[in-house]
Design a protein around this ligand. Structure first.
Ligand SMILES: Nc1ncnc2c1ncn2[C@@H]1O[C@H](COP(=O)(O)OP(=O)(O)O)[C@@H](O)[C@H]1O
Ligand SMILES: [Mg+2]
Length: 292
């Protein structure tokens, strides 16, 4: 029977994949335009400079995709892997500083609404991944879609990028509320972006914790304060990451210090450190997800 074959394939795939211990970090924010893609790519490159093997999964279907931002050419994406037309290794493109990128699927492919055969395909694809990976960074879309929620839930660390704007703060709050109440995520790493000073970053963090402490059962940590920096937009115009184009700019220095911290975050000793766990969580149907 078909379902049996799929189950066997999945089990075998998972066993092979369990050899790769990968740190999975999702970069979220709730709101668009807060700097998620910039944080993801620049952090990826700063981590690569520290010797980490980094894979970026572009899970944002918006216009400013990772490949577009870096001016990279994309032939195939994850949808070709799901349909069996390509291997995952063939879809991965090389970015600057040796980072690897899985380009966003074009169209509306929702990872949480895959057919069982596609689940098997995705897991098999990752299990056969030859590219060695230490850290998988997931650049999520704006909004609080099922896809954003499943990526965040499946990751070991959830970074929430916020700016000092009411809409960014309310969207970040709404995201953390749903993740904590319905998906068992209680720890969040806050990145204060586009702030004018360290102090503004700390005040932004204080604003956020005032509401979360009062209404949610969550634990927030301010992991980075990235200043507003004209070099970010200048780099974008050159289709380069700012850590590449302007390595000594204030934003670059902030991202590099975030990379130093991130590189030290320990891998959990449990099964959740394996890529298989990430994928299992990711492709689990919504109805199977109880509260942890
Ligand atoms: N620290 C910063 N300083 C100045 N501009 C920034 C900074 N971070 C992001 N930007 C700008 O904000 C816009 C949104 O960034 P982007 O990374 O695409 O956000 P998102 O992925 O959250 O939609 C871009 O035009 C980018 O150049
Ligand atoms: Mg983006």
């Amino acid at each position: 029977m078909h379902s049996h074959e799929n189950t066997d394939d999945q089990a075998n795939g998972l066993r092979r994949m369990s050899k790769q211990m990968v740190k999975v970090i999702s970069v979220t924010g709730g709101k668009g335009g807060v700097g998620k893609t910039n944080v993801t790519l620049n952090l990826a490159m700063a981590l690569a400079q520290l010797g980490k093997r980094v894979l970026v999964l572009d899970a944002d279907l918006g216009l400013a995709n990772c490949d577009v931002m870096l001016g990279l050419r994309v032939d195939k994406n994850l949808s070709h892997v799901l349909s069996g037309e390509a291997e995952l290794d063939d879809v991965i493109i090389d970015g600057p500083f040796g980072i690897k990128i899985i380009p966003a699927t074009s169209g509306s492919q929702n990872m949480t609404e895959l057919a069982p055969a596609e689940h098997a395909g995705l897991i098999r694809a990752f299990s056969e991944l030859k590219t060695p990976v230490d850290i998988l960074l997931v650049d999520t879309a704006a909004g609080i879609s099922d896809m954003v929620l499943s990526f965040s839930r499946a990751s070991q660390d959830v970074m929430v990028v916020v700016c000092d704007e009411p809409s960014s703060i309310t969207d970040a709050y709404a995201l953390m509320k749903i993740l904590s109440r319905d998906h068992g995520v209680e720890k969040f790493k806050i990145v204060a972006n586009m702030v004018r000073s360290l102090k503004e970053g700390q005040e932004l963090f204080a604003k956020l914790t005032r509401v979360t402490d009062r209404f949610l059962d969550v634990n927030l940590e301010l992991v980075a304060t990235i200043p507003y920096d004209e070099n970010v937009r200048k780099a974008a115009r050159k289709q380069k990451a700012f850590v590449d184009a302007f390595p000594r700019s204030p934003a670059s220095m902030a991202v590099k210090s975030l990379a130093l911290k991130t590189a030290k975050w320990p891998l959990p000793a449990s099964a959740s450190g394996h890529l298989e766990f990430f994928l299992e969580q990711l492709v689990q149907p919504q109805t199977d997800r109880g509260l942890v």
